[in-house]
Design a protein around this ligand. Structure first.
Ligand SMILES: *[C@@H]1O[C@H](CO)[C@@H](O)[C@H](O)[C@H]1NC(C)=O
Ligand SMILES: *[C@@H]1O[C@H](CO)[C@@H](O)[C@H](O)[C@H]1NC(C)=O
Ligand SMILES: *[C@@H]1O[C@H](CO)[C@@H](O)[C@H](O)[C@H]1NC(C)=O
Ligand SMILES: *[C@@H]1O[C@H](CO)[C@@H](O)[C@H](O)[C@H]1NC(C)=O
Length: 464
């Protein structure tokens, strides 16, 4: 063994000096405190399955001159950000495309994140369906399809409705979720601006929503409208190019602003508490296609949670709508009763979102016709026995599911996006038509459904 030379000793000292660590550990482990105002930070992104771009363009991030949005970026950056701190949480609604692109290792990691509750699958359908234009059967079908995928892959059932963007809300939704799906709560962003103002003063943004007169209390659900859309309070947007001040807590750098940011946080929390029952409020930390670089959001929220809790006036925590709902229920608060729809929706004076009840009527009709055909086709498919490889109704089911999206059958999408939905329906129909023909042939040719492989009778769909 050589004795250390003067050089290596000096070099070591220099290294230690230059590399002096300023690594800061933020305490994000805070839970609910019963005696404080609890600010539930709910990190989320709202990724439409088509609007200004098609569902696939959003996924891969093409056509970014139309809208800078890439769902792959969101999910790819999210997973390491969650792994970096087990207290961080996130909710996500639909990710079939991304999921099938992942390695087994990533899938295993994501399953762990779901099981630990760090990543909560919310709503759980194939899309966040519109509530005005779809037939209620289509609402059920698209929800079922998504939930089946989640059950198969993750073994969990989503508990919470998350209809944050649809343009007004139907009592049918409350009935379906409360009586049929068995969700614990439902949250949304868009109700009439006058209704919202009134509910703020009455602290009735959060209600028990009874969706059916005849079914009464067996068809109700705890439902919350947000105080403003589904975005964070002003000044708390942390996407890469957002203008909100980031939390600068390094005293060796200029523009240190911890005190100001904590004061802003407390002021926004107290204002929201003023319009909310109980000492629990939710901040929806995200909006359309955000978290393309998830670290910027989590870095700032880590700091806010740390410094706000040191300050102690309010209690900030990473949360999810499930945790929030449980906290609300635990207070035993009684809620105002809401019946009927939240329709029509106006976001300000003279701005009624009612045109979409009838816009793109040909797409609306096409969706309805395909929906009826699908209903018949899958019954024939059942009688014949489903073929995994042969023609089946899967692609029609898939196309119909995303066509219920609140920028699809609603008619609020761009023309090339409307064409994309129609194309998917047409491909699905072609396959279902083959299935229908051979299933009918099987039914007329054989008494037993076993063994019907190559029926001779040819049935053809009449074109009307
Ligand atoms: C972090 O905060 C929690 C809740 O206040 C506290 O129990 C815990 O001791 C803190 N951890 C550290 C490392 O300071
Ligand atoms: C981009 O969007 C336009 C419609 O504005 C569409 O015609 C075009 O095909 C899209 N490009 C790609 C690469 O998908
Ligand atoms: C709380 O609400 C009252 C009545 O609506 C209002 O006068 C007051 O300014 C509000 N306080 C805060 C902090 O927003
Ligand atoms: C709510 O009610 C339950 C059951 O009656 C009771 O155990 C609990 O202590 C109550 N919680 C509060 C915060 O009052």
């Amino acid at each position: 063994m050589a004795t250390p030379s003067l050089f290596s000793l000096l070099f070591g000292i220099i290294l230690i000096h230059v590399g002096e660590s300023k690594y800061m550990v933020y305490n994000t482990s805070q839970g609910i405190l019963p005696d404080k105002l609890n600010v539930h930070l709910v990190p989320h992104t709202h990724d439409d399955v088509g609007w200004l771009k098609t569902v696939d363009q959003y996924y891969v991030g093409s056509n970014n001159s139309i809208q800078g949005a890439c769902v792959q970026n969101v999910l790819d950056s999210l997973i390491p950000a969650l792994l970096a701190d087990k207290n961080r949480k996130f909710i996500y609604a639909f990710f079939q495309r991304w999921w099938r692109d992942q390695s087994e290792a990533v899938q295993t990691t994501v399953k762990k994140l779901v099981n630990s509750g760090q990543l909560e699958l919310i709503n759980g359908g194939m899309c966040m369906h519109d509530e005005a234009a779809p037939h209620y059967i289509d609402m059920i079908d698209q929800t079922t399809l998504g939930h089946r995928f989640i059950k198969q892959e993750f073994g969990v059932n989503p508990r919470i409705g998350w209809q944050i963007d649809p343009f007004g809300h139907s009592a049918v939704q409350a009935y379906l979720l409360g009586a049929e799906v068995g969700f614990d709560s439902l949250f949304f962003g868009r109700i009439d601006y006058q209704d919202r103002a009134k509910r703020k003063t009455e602290k009735s943004l959060e209600v028990v929503w009874r969706g059916s007169k005849s079914l009464g209390s067996s068809a109700q659900i705890f439902a919350g409208a947000f105080p403003q859309n589904y975005e964070p309070p002003p000044g708390f947007y942390f996407e890469v190019n957002d203008a909100s001040p980031v939390v600068q807590d390094d005293i060796d750098l200029f523009d240190y602003n911890v005190k100001e940011r904590v004061n802003d946080f407390v002021a926004a929390a107290v204002a929201q508490a003023n319009i909310t029952r109980t000492n629990h409020i939710m901040w929806t930390m995200g909006t359309d296609f955000k978290y393309q670089y998830a670290h910027t959001w989590f870095r700032n929220m880590d700091k806010l949670i740390h410094y706000v809790n040191m300050d102690g006036r309010v209690n900030a925590l990473y949360s999810t709508p499930s945790i929030y709902t449980d906290a609300k229920f635990a207070t035993n608060m009684s809620w105002p009763l809401k019946t009927e729809d939240y329709f029509p929706y106006a976001d300000r004076a003279n701005s009624y979102w009612t045109g979409y009840f009838t816009s793109r009527p040909s797409l609306k009709r096409y969706v309805r016709a395909m929906s009826g055909y699908y209903l018949a086709a899958r019954q024939l498919e059942f009688f014949r026995g489903k073929s995994i490889s042969g023609p089946n109704t899967d692609s029609l089911a898939d196309a119909l599911a995303i066509a219920q999206h609140h920028d699809a059958v609603s008619g609020t999408e761009k023309q090339h996006v409307a064409n994309d939905y129609a194309k998917r329906l047409s491909i699905g129909y072609d396959e279902a038509e083959k299935l229908v023909s051979s299933s009918l042939a099987c039914l007329v040719e054989s008494k037993s459904k076993a063994g019907c492989r190559n029926p001779i009778a040819k049935f053809q769909q009449a074109r009307t």
